[in-house]
Design a protein around this ligand. Structure first.
Ligand code: FAD
Length: 508
C-alpha cells in the first residue's frame, strides 16, 4: 500500500488474495463498557466456534492478537492453493486485505545507519520516506533518550498518555536512568501509528481498548486505511480474490499469472513493471515458482523472541486501570559491552486481553490461579524482546514440489542471558518476575520475516540491486521484507514501507 500510495498519480492495478473479516457486527465503543453491558458481546469476544479460547487446547503458544472472531481472518490459511510445510518454524502468513498489519502492534521505528550496516542503502535514502509516511499515517511519540537509536524525528503527534503500569515503570526508570544507561539499558516511549490528534478525518485514540478484538479502530493505522483513500482515485484499481502464482518476462514488461480464489480460473495480467510485495515468505515463493526452481534454498530471517512477564509490586491487588493504550507503550533497548548485539523490546500492560489468555500460564491450582489472575493481571506488564537475525545455511525455504513450500529454521542461539540481566535490573524499579516464567516461543513467532531475496547479495542465485530490481528480471521489483539482507532487532515494518516508497519513486 505504501508503494501504491507513492504511485497514486499513475495507473496502478493491485492484485491481492484480499481476504476480509466474516460478516459480523463491528465493535462500537469501549471494550470494558461493552463487556459489562452488551448482550451480544460473545459474537465478537468469543466467536461462534469459541475461537478466542483456542489457546486452552493448544500446546503451542497462540498469538493473543490473532484469534478473536473479527481478527482471525488475518491469518486465515489457503492450504489448497498455497500448501506449506515447516520444520521448527511457526509461520504466520496473511492472505488478508491489509495483510498482517491489520493486527499489528502499531510500533513504527526508523532504522539508522547501524541497523542498515549490511544493506546497500543508508538511513539518508529512507529518511524522506519516513517523513512522508509520518505525515500520511500519523505517528504519536516523542524524542527522548532513544534519539541515538531512532534519530530526531519531526512531525510526531504528542505521545499517548501512559497507563498505570507503564507510567510507573517509566517514572521509576527515570530516577535511575543514568545508572541504567551506563549498564547499556535504555528506555523510552514507543513511536506508535496511533493518533493523538485527528488526522484526515480519522479521530484521536479514545482508550477504547478494542484492538485485541477488531482491526477497525480508525485511530490505529492499518494499510486498509491507505487502500480506502487510494480507491477514491479512478486510476487505481484493486482486484481482491486473486492469488499470484508467477511472473514471466514479456516484450517491454512483465506478465503476471494469477488464480481466482473463487473458481480457480487462471488469468494473465500485463504490466510495464511488477512491484511484488506478498510478504517476505510468499514473495520468495512466487520468485521460485516463476523460475520453476525446486532446487534453490532461499534464506529466511526471523527475529528470535522472548516474553518476560513483570509484576508491578506496588499495584498488586489494585483494580484494572482501564485508561491508556493497550499496546506497547515503552521501548527497551539493550546496547553496550554487556550485550554483544543490540536487542529491542516493547513493554505492554496486559489490560484488555481475556483473562483466559494468561490463566493457564500461572503455576498454581485452579483456585490459586483464579486468585492470581484477579490480583496480578492488573499489575502485570510483559516485555516482548526481539533479537536480530542474520542469514544462516540451516534457515531456509524451498519448493518441496511444484506447489508446496518448505521452511526449515533452526534456533541457532541460546536465549536467557539477556532476560536474566533485565530481570535483575528491573527489580530495583519495583518490577519483579522469575526466570522460569519467561517464554521462548518457537521460531516464526516474531511475525517479522525477511531476507528471502536480499538486496546486494550478488553471491546468491536470487537477489536484488539497491533499487530492489530482481537480478533475473529487472522489470520485477521486490517491496517487502524479502529484500532485507539482515534483520535488526528493531521492528521492520515502517522500514519496509519507507523502502517500498523509495523503490516506487525510482520507476521510470
Ligand atoms: C500481532 C502482530 C503484531 C505486529 N506488530 C508489529 C509492530 O508493532 N511493528 C512492526 O514493525 N511490525 C509488526 N508486525 C509485523 C507486521 O505486521 C509485518 O511486518 C507486515 O505486515 C509485513 O507487511 P507485508 O506487506 O510485507 O506482508 P503481509 O502483511 O504479510 O501482507 C502480504 C499481502 O500480500 C497478499 N498476498 C500474499 N500472498 C499473495 C499472493 N500469492 N497473491 C496475491 N496476494 C498475496 C496478502 O493478501 C497481503 O495483503 C506485527 C504483526 C502481527 C501479526
Amino acid at each position: 500500500m505504501a508503494a501504491a500510495w507513492e504511485l497514486r498519480d499513475r495507473d496502478v492495478l493491485i492484485l491481492d488474495t484480499g481476504l476480509t473479516p466474516a460478516d459480523q457486527p463491528e465493535i462500537q465503543g469501549n471494550i470494558f463498557e461493552l463487556r459489562r453491558t452488551d448482550p451480544n458481546q460473545a459474537e465478537y469476544i468469543l466467536g461462534s466456534e469459541f475461537q478466542s479460547l483456542v489457546n486452552i487446547q493448544s500446546s503451542d503458544l497462540v498469538s493473543v492478537k490473532l484469534k478473536a472472531p473479527l481478527i482471525d481472518f488475518v491469518i486465515r490459511d489457503l492450504p489448497h492453493l498455497a500448501p506449506l510445510e515447516t520444520e521448527n518454524f511457526v509461520p504466520f502468513i496473511s492472505y488478508a486485505c491489509g495483510g498482517l498489519a491489520n493486527a499489528w502492534g502499531a510500533g513504527a521505528y526508523r532504522y539508522n545507519d547501524c541497523d542498515l550496516a549490511e544493506f546497500p542503502i543508508a538511513a539518508d535514502d529512507l529518511w524522506p520516506f519516513y517523513d512522508e509516511l509520518t505525515a500520511h499515517i500519523g505517528i504519536s511519540g516523542t524524542n527522548d533518550d532513544l534519539v541515538p537509536f531512532f534519530g530526531r524525528i519531526t512531525g510526531l503527534q504528542p505521545p499517548l498518555p501512559f497507563n498505570r503500569n507503564c507510567g510507573r515503570f517509566y517514572r521509576c526508570w527515570q530516577k535511575k536512568s543514568k545508572k541504567m544507561m551506563k549498564r547499556g539499558i535504555y528506555v523510552g516511549r514507543t513511536q506508535l501509528t496511533v493518533l493523538t490528534d485527528e488526522l484526515d478525518g480519522r479521530p484521536a485514540y479514545t482508550n477504547n481498548n478494542t484492538s485485541f478484538f477488531t482491526t477497525r479502530e480508525p485511530s490505529i493505522y492499518t494499510p486498509r486505511i491507505t487502500l480506502e483513500r487510494l480507491l477514491q482515485r479512478p486510476n487505481i484499481r484493486y482486484l481482491p480474490g486473486w492469488m499470484v502464482d508467477r511472473f514471466n518476462p514479456r516484450q517491454g514488461g512483465v506478465d503476471v499469472e494469477a488464480r481466482c480464489l473463487e473458481d480457480g480460473t487462471r488469468r494473465h495480467f500485463r504490466a510495464h513493471h511488477l512491484l511484488l510485495g506478498a510478504g517476505a515468505i510468499n514473495t520468495g515463493r512466487i520468485v521460485l515458482q516463476s523460475f520453476n526452481d525446486q532446487n534453490t534454498r532461499l534464506p529466511v530471517l526471523d527475529n528470535p523472541v522472548s516474553f518476560i512477564p513483570f509484576v508491578n509490586l506496588v499495584d498488586i491487588g489494585a483494580a484494572t486501570d482501564m485508561s491508556g493504550y493497550e499496546g506497547g507503550q515503552l521501548i527497551v533497548i539493550c546496547d553496550g559491552p554487556r550485550f554483544p548485539e543490540r536487542i529491542q523490546g516493547s513493554l505492554y500492560s496486559i489490560i484488555s486481553p481475556l483473562r483466559s489468555d494468561l490463566f493457564f500460564n500461572f503455576p498454581l491450582s485452579l483456585r490459586g490461579n483464579l486468585a492470581l489472575t484477579k490480583n496480578i493481571i492488573p499489575a502485570m506488564t510483559v516485555l516482548q524482546l526481539f533479537y536480530p537475525d542474520s542469514p544462516r545455511a540451516e534457515n531456509y525455504m524451498k519448493l518441496a514440489n511444484k506447489k508446496k513450500l518448505f521452511i526449515h529454521y533452526a534456533q541457532g542461539r541460546s536465549l536467557g542471558a539477556v532476560e536474566s540481566l533485565l530481570i535483575r535490573a528491573f527489580f530495583p524499579l519495583g518490577f519483579a518476575t522469575l526466570p522460569g516464567l519467561v517464554q521462548y516461543p518457537k521460531p516464526g513467532n516474531s511475525i517479522h520475516y525477511a531476507g528471502t531475496v536480499p538486496m546486494g547479495r550478488t553471491d546468491l542465485r536470487y537477489h536484488t540491486d539497491r533499487e530492489c530490481r530482481l537480478n533475473r528480471n529487472p522489470r520485477v521489483r521486490l517491496i517487502d521484507g524479502s529484500v532485507f539482507p539482515q534483520l535488526p532487532a528493531k521492528n521492520l515494518t515502517f522500514t519496509l514501507m519507507a523502502n517500498a516508497m523509495r523503490v516506487a519513486r525510482d520507476l521510470d
